[in-house]
Structures are given as C-alpha cells and as structure tokens.
Design a protein around this ligand. Structure first.
Ligand code: AKB
Length: 337
C-alpha cells in the first residue's frame, strides 16, 4: 500500500492515455491506471499500478481510494461518437454514469486528504451541433458558449458531463467550511486528434488518422466523408501538452471551466492530398457514410480558442504542414517500415 500522492488515469490504454502516460510517468508523481484492457507492456512498465476493470465498478474505485492518495484525476475513459450511436444506452452508462462515479471518487479523495483533487475531463467538438452546412459555413470558428445543441449521444454525454463537473466544483465548494471545495474541475473540448503511435477506433473524426495509417501500411482506404468536409484537428503531442498546461495553471488564472483548443482545420481532400504526396502509391477513395457524414456536418469547421491561449498559454507547436511533415509522416513511416 502507498499513500504517496498519485495520479489516476482512466481509459489509460486508449489513444490519449498512451501519450499521457509517457509524459506523466516522466514526472515526480506515481501514475495509477484504470482500464478495461491491459496497457501495452512498454506503458505498463512505466506506471506504479495498473488496475484492469471498469469505471462502473464502485468496489474497484473504493479499493483504489483505500490504497492510493489520488490528487489528480485524468478521466479519459469513454465510448467515442460512432460507437456510441450503435449502443446509445451503453454509451450513456459509460460516459455519464462512469463520469459521475469518478467525480464522487474525486470528491471523497479530496475530503480524505484535505485538499482539492484536480480533475481533468476531455470533452469534444461533438458538444456542438450546427443546424446545417450553411450555418457551419457562416459560423466559422465557434466560441465555447454558442451552438451547444449536440446531435449525437456522445456529444450529449460530453456536454452534460461538462455541466456535472462544473456542478461538483461549485456544489461542494458552497457546502465546504473552508470554501475551497474538493474538486477543481478543468475541461478541454478537443478537436479530432491524430496520433502517429496509435490508430483510433469508434470515433467519427477517425477518417484523417485512418487515411494516413492505412496508406503507410500499404492498404487501400475508402474515406467515409465527402472531400469538402472540414473539422478541426490537432497532433497528439500538442493535445497532451495542452492537458499538462491546463492542469498546471494556477486556478486564479482560469476564467472558464471549459476551453476550446484548435491547431489546424483541413478539409478531408486536403488531408488526402498531403497523404498522397507522402505515399504516392496509396489508394484513397471516397465511400460516403450518410450517418457519419451527418455527424461531422454538425460539428464546427473550426473553433475559437482565444480563451485557452490567453488564460493558460495554449500554443500548438504543429500547424497542418508541420503536423504531417515533421511528426505524423516520419513517425508513422518508421513505425510501419
Ligand atoms: C470522435 O470522433 O468521436 C472523437 C471526438 C471528436 O471527440 N474523436
């Protein structure tokens, strides 16, 4: 048993989890993970303790609470947007009830060690819902408080859990004698993420990472959205840097609970063109899936992230050309070579 103050990452064997473990394991605090699936061995050996199980298992959460003094939670576990449309009730259970469990866990942890637990929650551009293509075009970069009418179960779950986090931060603060509250909830609405290390699964922004990973493997790819589809994306290292910056920012500097972040916003055709230049033999065709197209059509073409830039210095290193030219293509080429 260890009472050293530690970090808990849920959904640790997912896309963001892998990269986050790499960064956080290099820091001073031990990392504890919780996921349904085992971590890849190279990540497993970097964490203090790996729990394999569900965020819906309260007895497992009790056990983690009994054994570790958790003062930072990175709650990444979720079913992504396309997957959630196939099993909406399950998505609600995992995405909403799971988050509620983790907020309760954090509140209890904060009460027992007498200081707030800093709680990171990854929301998504899926929290937005634009009425139609004309609105999407007319609106351009969306701000955090506009167009919050999600069309998917996943988007509705994300938006609601943002509210839950805000509620937990405030509710216990009002009740608490020292007026500190025991949860310091911080949230980023992510764009589509592209990692060179892992390929995503179950998302609707997956078309961009899938194009590049399949091309590098020499496999044909049929893109499920129209060439003119445009949503914001970000390279995974910048997403992880953003999480670290937000989590390390002094609370007094944060004027919001939920922040947009962006880096570049190419069309699917522009992604295809850059992948084709890198892998000239690749076969990338178009086979539109009406349901998935409808989902990305309701997401904004880009986001206004000026609050994140102002409050905690969000400044992505990779724009479109650098993300592909300096990070994705060389790393992925090496990986499948
Ligand atoms: C998804 O496509 O579901 C995710 C997201 C944009 O939140 N990548």
């Amino acid at each position: 048993m260890s009472r050293t103050s530690s970090i808990l990452i849920t959904g640790a064997s997912g896309e963001i989890g892998h990269s986050l473990i790499e960064r956080l394991a290099a820091g001073p605090q031990p990392v504890i993970t919780l996921d349904l699936n085992a971590l890849a061995p190279e990540h497993g050996k970097k964490v203090r303790k790996e729990f394999i199980g569900s965020i819906l298992d309260n007895s497992l959460l009790e056990r983690i609470h009994a054994e570790y003094e958790i003062d930072r939670v990175y709650h990444l576990a979720a079913l992504l947007s396309t997957r959630s449309e196939f099993s909406p009730a399950l998505a609600h259970k995992v995405n909403v009830e799971g988050t509620l469990n983790l907020l309760e866990f954090a509140q209890k942890a904060g009460e027992s060690h007498g200081r707030p637990v800093v709680f990171f929650y990854p929301s998504s551009i899926a929290a937005y819902g634009l009425a139609d293509a004309e609105t999407k075009l007319a609106v351009g970069k969306v701000r955090e408080d506009d167009h919050l009418h999600p069309t998917t179960m996943y988007g509705a779950n994300k938006l609601y859990c943002e509210h839950l986090g805000r509620y937990y931060g405030r509710h216990y603060k009002q009740l608490s004698a020292n007026s500190l509250g025991k949860i310091d909830f911080r949230c980023i609405r992510f764009p589509g993420l592209i990692s060179a290390i892992t390929a995503p699964s179950g998302g609707t922004s997956d078309f961009a990472p899938e194009m590049i990973h399949t091309a590098a493997k020499g496999e044909p790819y049929a893109c499920f959205v129209r060439p003119d589809t445009r949503i914001p994306f970000m390279a995974m290292p910048d997403a992880v840097t953003a999480i670290q910056h937000l989590m390390d920012a002094p609370q007094a500097q944060l004027q919001r609970v939920v922040y947009n972040i962006g880096a570049f916003a190419p069309s699917a055709e522009e992604v295809r063109a850059v992948v084709m230049r890198a892998f000239p033999g690749a076969t990338i065709t178009w086979e539109i899936d009406a349901k998935r197209q409808g989902i990305v059509d309701s997401w904004p073409a880009d986001v206004d992230d000026s609050a994140a830039r102002h409050d905690w210095g969000h400044a992505p290193r990779y724009g479109f050309d650098a993300a592909f030219g300096e990070y994705l293509i060389p790393t992925i080429r090496n990986r499948y070579a």
